[in-house]
Design a protein around this ligand. Sequence first.
Ligand code: C5P
Length: 263
Amino acid sequence: MNKEKIIVALDVATAAEARSIVAELRGEVGAFKIGLQLFTAAGASFVREAVEADAKIFLDVKFHDIPNTVAEASKEAARLGVWMFNIHALGGVEMMRRSSEAVREVCERENLLQPKIIGVTVLTSANRETLKEIGIERDTPEQVLNLARLAAKCGLDGVVASPLEIETIRQAIDEKDFLIVTPGIRKDAATRQRGNAAREIEGQKTKEERQNKLETIDDQKRVMTAKQAAAAGADYLVIGRPILQAEDRASAVREIIRDIEAV
Ligand code: C5P
């Protein structure tokens, strides 16, 4: 079912706001994502509360630390009962491998449901320029693919990647059930670019500045519409602001699902 593909990002500051979004949308979407903002504000107790209320939770806190620390934190994520959580593939092979083994072991021993572990590749807010700034000379798709291959080799269940790299990852990784989770979904980039954004763009001095502005929509740089991402083969679409900022959130979700169904 297409609604199962939609993960709503609970990017809000309080448990009360998050509770009301979950209540409003729980029948409409597959899962909810608790990210850094809500986790820092409302903590693990809110994650437990949501899990106990039978919401499917993706804990998006992107662990990245020494292998032992990430493996131990991953065990705690499993104990929280989340459906999915993520770790940075940039943390390396040992960090990913030890974490997936630790989760498998603790779930067997304590009879827990095994959460899906997803590797973060290159954030959708980053582009080639961002990679260059931190000393990575590869172009973005190549870097994403390299990290996706490592994640698969280490036993992770899938990766987070922008819609633009889905096809390349699918072609390169054989595992049929390797998951691709895709943020960077925007309603209709073309329309937005033609509207307000285009007026702003005219004010930018150089061609590069104009291009950069054109590609950036609410700080996401590698974007597609839900329909394009689903057609390219994304398993899950993580959507925040296009739903959260809509006047009627449930209608915004339904519109996105209709869009996907037209694929
Ligand atoms: O509001 P928007 O639709 O941009 O929200 C996207 C969500 O996906 C945010 O919560 C962001 O943290 C998350 N995310 C992302 N890029 C990644 C991983 C997660 O945008 N690579």
